[in-house]
Structure formats: structure tokens, C-alpha cells
Design a protein around this ligand. Sequence first.
Ligand code: ZN
Length: 414
Amino acid sequence: MYDLLIKNAFLYEIGKHKDLGIKNGKIVEIGEGIPETSGLEVIQANGNLVAPGFVDSHMHLDKVFSLGTTESKTLASAIVEFTNYCNSIKKEDWKQDVKRRAKEVARMVVKSGTTTLRTHINIEASTDLYSVEAINELKNELKDFVDIKITSLTSFYDGPEAIDKRLDLLDYACKNGLIDFVGGSPHAHDNWEELTDKLFTIAVRNNLPIDFHVNESDNPDIRNFEQIADLTMKYGYEGLVSCGHVTALNAVDDQTAARVIAKAKKADLQIITLPSCNLYLMGRNDKQPIRRGVTRIREFLEAGVNISYASDNICDPFRPFGNGDMLEEGLLTAQVAQMATKSELETVFRMGTINPAKTLLLKDYGLGIGKQADLVIFDTDSVAEALIRQATRSYVIKKGKIVARNTKISEIIF
Ligand SMILES: [Zn+2]
């Protein structure tokens, strides 16, 4: 007897109509003509697409819904505005504040089909490890609805003494199992080279993978990206290091970009593009033509580098818009990267599913016997159509249980 039986599912990337038997949170049978009576609960997929859930590999759950009254215009001013927000909340109320805002977004993204997310969480002077602790509590509370992975976003905006304190806190978080990835944004600091090396040292010492913000700038300086590729190979960390943004790659010449992309491939760096946030934040000092501020998506793909898209900031000083809907981010990625053929749209869809699952080192992801039943059922049988039409996610299934249902009702009066 299956806990859940999905009848007549059009299987993502397999391209066949099958029935899926699910038990104890796992896919245990993929077959044809499985009788309805063998499922405690039965969903008729009616030949529609069933895909593994979206994996959002770069969010900031501690920042969501922290938008102040002033409009931020640059990355630097958004950082100041978020610090002001942190300072406006009493320390004893901070954990509850973070949890409340983060939970609201977690519910939103589950509704749109995200079954695993990775969030950067600040470790900084005003909040210490409070945010990390709060998101750990939420991670536990929501474990049956969405898997949450935590990356530290170690802040380096203050003096050397404070930076050492932050690195000690990071080490403590690693040792106490409070984070899944070591991360930070050293590229923005004068001492970026040394700080990047320190973050690698802490990650290697604690045997944790890494997730950096890298060269999020319009300046033609990608030295930090290149350093990360070198250190990845030095420490044997191939496949274990994520690089988010890398927008500066747009500003360098084609030859330099090609050389560094080849190095990224060698180091098996995991690239994450954040088009919605960077379209909003980058190019602020440009007169026309204003640069798009999005990394070289097509070149990374052509070089065989594993690249994903992710949602980044949601309704905060860094981007006052967004809802974390990965299908919406996918369509934006397709438009920004000018990818529109059927096979290009299939690649884009993979950038929100299979590619980030590799980046997050998810072992039991996908459509196969023994895989975790994290699934989305769409109201179309085509990946391209799902993106173009922003298809309804009829069912979202997490660990074999339905966690969200959606229906679209429209009435056209003519
Ligand atoms: Zn970010």
C-alpha cells in the first residue's frame, strides 16, 4: 500500500507517462497501470508534468520584509539601510522578528514549488548569532514542509578587532552545527584576499562546503573570483564551492572572461546568478546604455560550468520586489540570457532544479526509485510551456505529503 499514488504523470526529463508510488517520503515505484486501490491517497496528474521540486540556492531569509521607508539605490546604501533596520529592533525581540518574516516567505515559496532552499544569514555586530539561531529553529519547525540549508554571511564592514570576533562566531557556528555552508562577502573589503583565505581555512578545518558572494560589482575586477578558483583547487574543494553574483565578469574583456571561466570549470565552481536582484542594483552609476549587471550565463553554460539561478532578496532594501517564485525567476533568467528555444528553456528549467540540487549536494534528489518524494505537479506537460505561461503548480509535495495546492480561476467577460 502506498501513502500516495500519482497516476498518469508525465515525468520530467524521462518524458514518459507513468504512475508513481510513494511510501515513507520516498518514491518506491515507477510503473504503469498501478491500481488506484493501492494508494491511501491518489492524485490524478492527467498526463501533466511532474518534476522534482525547485531548489532555491541563494536567499536571505533574515532580510525579507525589512524594507524601510527610504528607497535604496545601490548595494552599499542597501547594506546601510538593513543595518539601520537591525538597530531599530530591540535585541531581545530580534529572533522573533526574523522568524516571523522568514516564515512568511517560506510559506510563499513552498506554495510556488520550492522544496529546498539555502539561505545566507548575517553574522554581524548588531545581531551576533541571533539570526542564525532563529533560522535554525525555523528550519526544525518547517522540516516536513521545506528543507532549509544555512550559509553564514559573515560581515566585514567594521574594524579588524570586530572582524576577528565575527570569524570566532563563525567558527563557533561551524563547530555547533548551526550552519551547513561557510560563507561571506569578502570581495567588498580592502583586505579581500586575506579574508577569503581565512574563510577557506575555517571551512576546511570544519569540513564544510563554501558559499561566497563574489565580485558583485560593475567594476572590471574579478580577482576575488579567480582567487577562489585557485584556493578551491589548492584545498581539493572542487564541486564544494558556490560563487553567487560574479557580475563583474560582465565588465571585463572577453579574453579575460574566457580564461577565468575555464579556470572556474577546472575548479568545478558552482555559479549562481541572481538576475532579478542584480538588474535592480547594478549599473546605478551608468548613463545609457545601462549595463544589466548579470553574469555571463551563456558563456558559463557553454563551458560546461554548473550554473543555477536563485531568488536572492525579497521585499527588503536590496530589492523592494519579489516573491521567491522560482518559475518566475526562471522566466526572467530566460529573458535576460536571451534563451528562448525549446532546448534553451529546458536548460533554464534545469538551472532551477537539477543544477542547484548538485550545488547543494542533495543526494536523494530527482525522479527515481529511492529518491525523496519532493515533487511539483504542473497544469501542463511541457517545461517550455510551464515557463512561458507560468503554469499553475497544482500540487507541491514534500517528503511524500501534499504541502500546497493551487488552482487558477479566471473569467473572461467577452
Ligand atoms: Zn545575496
